[in-house]
Design a protein around this ligand. Structure first.
Ligand SMILES: Cc1ncc(COP(=O)(O)OP(=O)(O)O)c(N)n1
Ligand SMILES: Cc1ncsc1CCOP(=O)(O)O
Ligand SMILES: [Mg+2]
Length: 476
């Protein structure tokens, strides 16, 4: 899935018929300020050079609001402009052909009027569906109406997000309640209004009230140690999860007495009590993702692996906490063996830092090329994706993601802040939050790095040692 149901809530479709002397960029910016969650550039008669220029401009604008942006009908413009994807109708291009041309990472939306079309689009690789016209509309002449019952049947028949389109106005959203539609796609009730920003805002408030079949808050479980100083471990994980829009839960592996100057005591829980915590969580609120942090013994690791495999846990992020900041080994040989044998093979991604990647790969890392080699060894050996974090000795904040035989770099901003306590816990929890919310691994990593940078840039300065970051930097 390349887009999330919540991205569909208020989906703006542009129309230069409403420009009235303004630029499209200014109008789209107003819509974004009003809170639209998705933008489609729909150009039926524009010269291709101007179409491409406009697409590149609107893409940059949407990026600055972190809002997905697709092109109507035209895969080539979508590719050339760097747009996030394309929206195609039944007569435009077969979804499989669009997927072949765009590759796996781009968004493809497909217009549907029937359950059959919807199922075929989903099977062909569509990421979302546009269903309509729901009401009479003057914006598109070559369309026919779809009933609310059909919209409901389509939503029931597919697992991908669905957006209702055609004649949508704020007062026409309530009748769509209970259909399962994730949002509304709108042209004239946004761009044809005298105050675009206010119109978008009103649509969003109304859609939030009545729509969204997948709007249950996503949940993440952290299995890690408690940090009494609140900067790392369970405490950092839960703060990170809250800030990244998911509901956080915990299973504590050990209590630690620590502050910014060091750890003065560790009190591990028993294997039975760890299992009890995991069971309590899974039997009631199934997590959409699991983050595993510090686990000090092979015995506890075996309990985690056994329980997670029993519950068929998904989206497991393993932060293989093995080496302390001062460089000393935190895990004995038995625990390292259990981590390698049992936890890594279950992981969607493991996030070692350089010393940890050295232990896991068995090679010494002195260069970026060594990072790639180590990640490749770990990924091949244990069958998981690997995010090898630069930071420690190399590469500033540039991290390497290795998965399925290929790799990409995520360039980080170098932030001059000595207070880095809990950065590993925070990054892995933010990645787990992104995966729980349905982002791809690449998107989850990118968003997590952005969050981490924000938390570091806030320059919280607490304690006399290496202090914590400001996990709540977005909160006023
Ligand atoms: C979100 C969304 N849904 C449906 C459409 C209509 O697409 P199509 O049927 O291809 O008609 P045109 O928009 O190309 O005239 C859409 N554009 N967006
Ligand atoms: C593009 C499209 N596809 C089905 S109806 C429609 C037009 C929607 O425009 P409006 O929101 O102004 O009714
Ligand atoms: Mg079309």
């Amino acid at each position: 899935m390349n887009c999330r149901p919540e991205d569909m809530l208020v989906y703006a479709v542009t129309d230069r018929a409403w420009l009235k002397g303004e630029s499209l960029k200014d109008q789209v910016e107003k819509a974004l300020k009003g809170g639209v969650t998705f933008v489609q550039l729909r150009e039926k008669n524009l010269d291709r050079r101007l179409f491409l220029e406009e697409a590149a401009t609107i893409k940059e604008l949407c990026d600055s609001f972190h809002v997905p942006f697709v092109i109507n009908d035209d895969v080539e413009i979508a590719l050339a402009s760097g747009a996030d994807g394309v929206h195609v109708g039944q007569k435009d291009m077969d979804v499989k052909e669009a997927r072949r041309r765009l590759g796996p990472g781009k968004i493809i939306g497909v217009s549907c009027k029937t359950v059959e079309q919807a199922k075929a689009a989903e099977a062909g690789g569509a990421d979302y569906l546009g269903v309509g016209a729901m009401y009479p509309t003057d914006t598109k002449s070559d369309t026919s109406q779809v009933t609310v019952e059909t919209l409901k049947a389509i939503c029931r028949a597919v697992d991908i997000p669905v957006v209702a389109i055609g004649g949508i106005r704020a007062d026409r959203i309530q009748p769509l309640k209970g259909t399962g539609a994730d949002g509304v796609a709108v042209v004239s009730a946004i761009f044809g209004q005298p105050d675009i920003e206010a119109a978008a805002r009103r649509l969003k408030e109304t859609a939030e009230m009545y729509l969204g079949r997948h709007r249950r808050r996503k949940t993440v479980l952290t299995i890690a140690g408690s940090d009494s100083s609140g900067g790392a471990g369970i405490q950092a994980d839960l703060k990170t999860m809250l800030a990244n829009g998911v509901y956080g839960m915990s299973a504590i592996t050990a209590l630690t007495a620590q502050n910014t100057t060091g750890v003065s005591g560790i009190f591990p829980v028993t294997p039975e009590f760890l299992a009890m915590q995991i069971d309590s969580v899974f039997s009631d609120i199934r997590p959409d993702a699991v983050k595993i942090g510090m686990v000090s013994s092979g015995e506890l690791i075996r309990v985690i692996a056994e329980r997670l495999s029993y519950y068929k846990a998904e989206n497991i992020v393993v932060d293989p906490v093995m080496i302390s900041t001062s460089g000393s080994r935190l895990l004995d040989e038995d625990a390292v063996g259990a981590l390698k044998e049992l936890l890594l093979p279950m992981a969607a991604v493991a996030t070692p830092n350089i010393p940890e990647a050295e232990v896991l790969s068995g090679i010494c890392i002195r260069s970026s090329e060594d990072m790639v080699r180590a990640a490749e060894i770990i990924s091949r050996e244990y069958g998981c994706a690997v995010l090898c974090k630069g930071g420690h000795r190399l590469n500033d904040a540039n991290d390497l993601l290795y998965r399925d035989g290929g790799f990409c770099w995520f360039m980080g901003r170098r932030i001059d802040n000595p207070n880095t306590h809990g950065t590993g816990c925070t990054l892995s929890s933010a990645i787990a939050s992104g995966l729980a919310r349905g982002y791809s691994l690449e998107q989850a990593v990118e968003r997590a790095k952005e969050y981490l940078s924000g938390a570091l840039e806030a320059m919280l300065d607490l304690g006399s040692g290496s202090g914590p970051m400001d996990h709540g930097f977005q909160i006023p």
